[in-house]
Design a protein around this ligand. Sequence first.
Ligand code: 5AD
Ligand code: SF4
Length: 484
Amino acid sequence: MHPAFRLGSPRAMHVHTHRTGRTYYLRTFGCQMNEHDSERISGLMQGLGYEPADTPDRGDVLLYNTCSIREKADTRLIGHLGHARRLKADDPRRLVVVAGCLAQSRQAAFFREHPYVDVLVGPQSLHLLPALLDERVSTGRQVGAFDESTSMWSAELPRVRQSGPLAWIQIMTGCSNYCSYCIVPYVRGPEASRPRNEVVEETRELARQGVREVTLLGQNVNAYGLEPASRAGGGGFPALLEALSGVAGIERIRFMTSHPKDVSPALIETMAGLRQVCEHLHLPVQSGSDRILHLMKRGYDRAAYLDLVNRLRAAIPGLALTTDLIIGFPSETERDFEETVGLVETVGFDGAFTFQYSPRSRTAAAELPGRIDPEVLEVRMRRLVETTQRLGADRNALLVDAEVEVLVEGRSRRDPDALMGRTRTHKVVNFSAVGIVLPGDLVEVRIERASSTSLSGTAPAPSTPVRESAPVPEWVPASEPGAQ
Ligand code: 5AD
Ligand code: SF4
């Protein structure tokens, strides 16, 4: 056990609280953007004097930050809300708040179906949460706020972050792509970019607090600064990466998600040229069939995606590629599916998230004919998961015997005597180390074993971590086989 580790204790930042003895319980569903919004919700609640509670029965206010991207997310939420309703029946002074994308997409209908819910607040309206809670208490009526686009950046709100070397930074909100299956543009509004200098300022502040790695968040970060009348400042996403790599103390920069149609030659060049930008790209392809890609309105075809992958790999040695795949899109034939499997094999992704198509209200695809039989879906899903896991394991096996740079995050979940961190390529490494190693240290780990989802190894003694106070040595590219 490493006594130096004290992880997971939430630390309030920029939050001036007056203790009230009241508590809030917050449960988050969905993507990193939601996780990040939850940091802001915590900031607001602590600003009101509430303290965090670990379990719903200990919370005076129960908040659920929801996701609506697939139906599964809805059904999971319903179970949690059932519990909230019973707790509220025990103590009617409890308040139940449903925030996020599902609140935004269902609005009044949600109140009708869940009369015990007190407040609904959409992702563009989070800053109104304190006022909504007040209004609920003073009027006794259910209250909601559903702004269509951001009037205030959630980034301008106080935040409570898990202390540690990693942080998220929101650089955009919304999405203007309207892929035919996707609800995001309807619930998170149109793309809007944060001014570059604000992002740089937030990054500087995080670096001062000991953050070493930032992940820039947006539904389509490659479109940063490209929306009409953008406030980002010129130069788009490459200029932002350039500016952030000048922030002292930030060792690694990641971003997600990238839309393949918006990965420009300038971005590839910038990624290749900046030491801090990690060799990992999450590049959702969704399907390998041109017919389906067209129906999805993705704006690229199979050949363009493969060409992009080739250009990326030629420019960025050791690049890891991960992706999202949807199976069972309306009218998907066996042949379409085989084309997806074929593309996945051709690229050899490091990892992939596979999703069964889920019709979402208001989206164009929900109106398309050709629903796929659930049994067929099961078979396709199993085959695709098997394929992506095998390919991921093959990619990871290439790292056995290599020494890779790992940014230490904390204790390994599997083995309390081991540490956990990630490679620049975003692969989880569980490792043992000799000497004192702290979260935020960069260590070289010799990889001994690989599975489809993680690596394990040893940091040779004595480890020579890079500390905040030490001069930062020149970066040496991780020696991944096949990478040079
Ligand atoms: N059904 C299934 N998967 C979806 N995704 C988005 N919308 C849907 C939907 N209606 C997947 C896409 C996207 C990821 C975040 O979720 O693969 O990249
Ligand atoms: Fe949804 Fe497409 Fe926007 Fe991604 S790019 S959030 S899939 S509409």
